[in-house]
Design a protein around this ligand. Structure first.
Ligand SMILES: [Fe+2]
Ligand SMILES: [Fe+2]
Length: 317
């Protein structure tokens, strides 16, 4: 089971052919996994999951067939370091779901979807669908790590950000929701990029993670479009900038978590060790996924979303 990591990789492979090859591979993956049909299907699935939550089943995976030779276009050690970093961003899922459930108090169906059912004292009785799907990710990444290196990986535990109400629940949820969408979007881009840099059984495992992240990203974003129909690209950007600036001037500012997340992700993914080519294709992945998401988002009318998710409560804040 223990594989020696292949060190046959050389920097020369990162010339123009690498960029061309990756642009094509990323384009094909975006086409396949983020098509208009897939995204529409994922949001249309939401009311069903409110009624009768069913975790998405994974396909059969050939764990024993995973081998470092299936890593392409990136230093295998960097690829493995990224896997290890991803495990860190996936945990602790229980903390994440319970914080989100509190922000979603005004939307019981969505609160249950992400955070499950709790008793009167706030003790969890049944986890939500989001948690049931997400909690498979860290163990899958750990298993990938072991298959590739022959080593066990112990993630560093860290505290999830707690629920911090400011008195304006509608706005609190808006900021929190944007943060959650950004996290699912980041995970989508990360797994898609890793898929572009892998083949065979290794790529098949990453595809299951990618499908889950796209599913959640689409549902969260669609829910946000429904709950905040007046939010424009400008208000989204304004919120993100305010969050970033707020962090510079005030510690523990509730909206400062976005920049914190980005900084933390760059740290755990060992960004500084990436080649310039890898950085470029990573940035390209973010652009390609965002363009696809935006195109789909623009085609979603408030009326269609109301037909799907019901009448929206009116907020005056
Ligand atoms: Fe995940
Ligand atoms: Fe996720």
């Amino acid at each position: 089971m223990t594989h020696a990591i292949s060190f046959g990789y050389t920097k020369q492979r990162l010339g123009q052919p690498y960029l061309q090859q990756m642009r094509q591979r990323i384009g094909l993956l975006v086409e396949q996994y983020l098509s208009e049909e897939v995204l529409c299907d994922r949001i249309q699935d939401l009311p069903q999951q409110f009624q009768n939550p069913q975790p998405r089943r994974w396909g059969r995976l050939d764990w024993q067939g995973i081998d470092p030779v299936q890593i392409i276009g990136v230093d295998p050690l960097v690829f493995i370091a990224i896997l290890a970093g991803s495990i860190d961003t996936e945990l602790p899922i229980r903390g994440y779901t319970q914080t989100s459930r509190q922000y979603l108090a005004a939307y019981p169906s969505m609160a249950k979807f992400v955070g499950g059912t709790v008793d009167r004292d706030g003790h969890l009785i049944e986890p939500g669908l989001w948690e049931k799907e997400e909690r498979q990710h860290a163990p899958a990444l750990q298993r990938l790590y072991t298959q590739l290196t022959g080593l066990k990986m112990r993630p560093i535990p860290h505290e999830p950000r707690a629920y911090k109400p400011t008195g304006n629940k509608h706005r609190d949820l808006y900021i929190h929701g944007l943060h959650r969408v950004a996290t699912e979007y980041g995970a989508t881009c990360l797994y898609l990029w890793l898929m572009a840099h892998s083949t065979g059984p290794l790529q098949a495992v990453l595809a299951e993670l990618l499908r889950d992240e796209i599913n959640h990203m689409t549902k969260f974003w669609g829910f946000g479009l429904w709950a905040y129909p007046n939010a424009t690209t400008l208000t989204v950007v304004k919120t993100l900038v305010t969050a970033a600036v707020g962090k510079l001037f005030r510690r523990h500012h509730s909206g400062g978590s976005l920049i914190h997340t980005l900084r933390r992700m760059a740290q755990v993914l060992h960004w500084s060790a990436w080649s310039w080519g890898n950085k470029l294709t990573f940035a390209w992945t973010f652009v390609a996924v965002l363009a696809r998401l935006r195109r789909w988002s623009n085609s979603q009318t408030p009326e269609a979303l109301e037909t799907l998710l019901g009448r929206r409560a009116v907020h005056h804040s």
